[in-house]
Design a binder for this molecule. Structure first.
Ligand code: FAQ
Length: 329
């Protein structure tokens, strides 16, 4: 029995729910929804939120070493945007009944997944360009269809996130363009970054459709609008010409243009590497969780101060009430 059937405790209710989703009505937090739909959303939205939070770390490593003040200011703004995305997504997950504390705990204890891409190191400044160009580029490709997700709070969060991601992608491409038009050494640095980020970026879209256990239900419920393989293909078709424009070479000897279909075809992704990375054994998994834990510990005083301030505000009469009090007194 699959998840959908198990959740069908009330078939009439389930049929109404599915008809509603089929009509493209948005599902809102207080509406009835099948358990499996709720669980799928909590899983996907929380994994997405964790990815945004951990995703700050690889680029955050370059904040103190950005080559110019302008680059530093842009990178700072981008990393702050990612924190904001994490917060919108955690807030969307909270509307489904999971608490912020549980979400944070799942991330810090390693019980939760986040995107495989953030377990790779950022060795040079060109990696900041490659992340913006490729990682944010892949993220937008995946996230634009999520703006039409059937769950209202997730869809609305994605609209704002996508606007910011498209700026991120352009800043990354612009870093790559500057390096590619620079010295031979700078261009070699850009090529090296592409060599290291290309395959992990293709893995971001998840396993092949034939190996993706969640795609069927998620598509039926209009959480997922486009499958992993279709999105990966769109990304490849958009990115290969950009790489030619930069004068860089995609690190895939099997890459070829298929005249019949009009698509670029790549060699096979190393799925063993993907599985290793999501199982916790990528190049930086341990470092990322340790850095996230340290950032969480360092933020303890901020959380305490915010709670104390909130408490003080609650105890003080509102300004209107105190004015009234003064008047009547
Ligand atoms: N990494 O059946 P499917 C960003 C897991 S945000 C790790 O295909 P589904 C912004 C999957 O969770 C990047 N795990 O699953 C930024 C499932 O595991 P489970 C994140 C992966 O959900 C840029 C299992 O494999 N974006 O980059 C990955 O239908 C720059 C089976 O997979 C999102 O999260 C992976 N790459 O499709 C920030 C977008 N792929 O839970 C900073 C929203 C798959 O059964 C700097 N998420 N898995 O144990 C989605 O669209 C979907 O969840 C997919 C996976 C497409 C990622």
């Amino acid at each position: 029995m699959d998840d959908v059937a198990k959740s069908a405790d009330d078939p009439a209710r389930l049929a109404r729910f599915e008809a509603r989703v089929a009509r493209e009505d948005k599902v809102e937090p207080n509406d009835w929804m099948p358990d499996a739909y709720r669980r799928t959303l909590i899983r996907q939205i929380s994994q997405h939120g964790h990815s945004e939070i951990v995703g700050m770390l690889p680029e955050g490593n370059w904040l103190t070493r950005a080559p110019t003040l302008r680059r530093k200011a842009i990178l700072l703004a981008k990393v702050q945007d990612e924190a904001g995305h994490g917060l919108y997504l955690y807030a969307a997950a909270e509307t489904l009944g999971i608490s912020r504390e549980e979400l944070v705990e799942q991330l810090l204890t390693g019980a939760a997944k986040y995107s495989s891409i953030f377990n790779y190191p950022t060795l040079t400044w060109a990696d900041v360009g490659a992340i913006g160009w490729l990682v944010d580029g892949a993220a937008i490709m995946n996230q634009i269809p999520l703006c039409r997700c059937s769950y209202g709070p997730y869809a609305r969060a994605m609209i704002r996130i996508c606007k910011e991601e498209s700026f991120h992608q352009r800043q990354g491409f612009e870093i790559m363009l500057t390096l590619c038009r620079g010295t031979d050494e700078q261009k070699a640095m850009a090529q090296d970054a592409l060599d290291r980020w290309w395959w992990p970026s293709l893995m971001m879209f998840g396993p092949h459709d034939s190996d993706s256990p969640h795609t069927d239900n998620s598509t039926r419920w209009k959480i997922k609008r486009v499958t992993n393989d279709e999105l990966r293909q769109r990304f490849i078709d958009a990115t290969v010409p950009q790489s030619s424009y930069l004068g860089l070479t995609i690190p895939d000897p099997k890459l070829r243009f298929d005249e019949k279909t009009g698509h670029w075809r790549t060699g096979e992704i190393d799925w063993a590497e993907f599985r290793r990375v999501i199982a916790g054994d990528g190049p930086c998994n341990r470092e990322r969780l340790a850095d996230r834990q340290a950032a969480h510990d360092d933020g303890e005083w901020v959380r305490e101060a915010a709670l104390a301030y909130g408490e003080k505000r609650r105890q003080q009469p509102a300004p209107f009430e105190s004015a009234l009090h003064a008047f009547s007194g």
